[in-house]
Design a protein around this ligand. Structure first.
Ligand code: IMP
Ligand code: MG
Length: 180
């Protein structure tokens, strides 16, 4: 499957080493606080599994499913919450986990929705952050890696639901984008 990549940006060992560092930081920051992690599906699945097992705190975990991409490589603008009941965040310290901060549209919408339920605090943790001007300016509190503004797959990130199971993160070959 790796032959579908133009180049590898981060191999598995590099990702896991970085997760050790982020996890240590989160443990320090939330040691005395009641932490609820809210993972944004599906992109954060693999990241979430590897990161949370490095955090020895009695945290709670819940997931949110949203749709914002509609299969292309560009954000279309609208965010749909594919869920009736939202996680119970009132009075809790919330850490949102997502795969990538791109246009900021998805995470801004999620942040607004969760803040309306009056949590004690909301922080954001993303594995990747694209360096670009965002439609919704948004600060992440924990960032795995900064990357250029190019389309990447692997380690949870997909192109039309494929490549999530690649153990590394890389740039998809351009001739595969737009092909069926
Ligand atoms: P947003 O543009 O910040 O709203 O990003 C929305 C979602 O688009 C992310 O959570 C990812 O699932 C997806 N996305 C953005 N950039 C990429 C990419 O380079 N590869 C794969 N998915 C991406
Ligand atoms: Mg996606």
């Amino acid at each position: 499957m790796q032959e579908n990549l133009e180049r590898v940006l981060f191999d598995e060992q590099t990702i896991l080493r970085r997760l050790d560092q982020i996890a240590a930081q989160i443990v320090t920051d939330y040691r005395e606080r009641d932490l609820t992690v809210i993972a944004v599906l599906n992109g954060s699945l693999i990241f979430m599994a590897d990161l949370l097992r490095r955090i020895p705190l009695p945290l709670k975990l819940d997931c949110l499913r949203v749709a914002s991409y509609h299969g292309g490589t560009r954000t279309t603008g609208g965010v749909v919450f594919n869920q009736v009941a939202l996680p119970d965040v009132t009075g809790r310290h919330i850490l949102i986990l997502d795969d990538i901060l791109d246009s900021g549209v998805t995470l801004a919408a999620i942040g607004e929705k969760l803040r309306a339920a009056r949590p004690l605090s909301v922080k954001l943790c993303v594995l990747l952050r694209k360096q670009k001007i965002r439609l919704r300016p948004l600060e992440a509190d924990y960032v795995g890696f900064d990357i250029r503004d190019e389309f990447v797959v692997g380690y949870g990130l997909d192109y039309q639901e494929r490549y999530r199971n690649l153990p590394c993160i890389g740039v998809l070959r351009t001739e595969l984008i737009g092909a069926a």
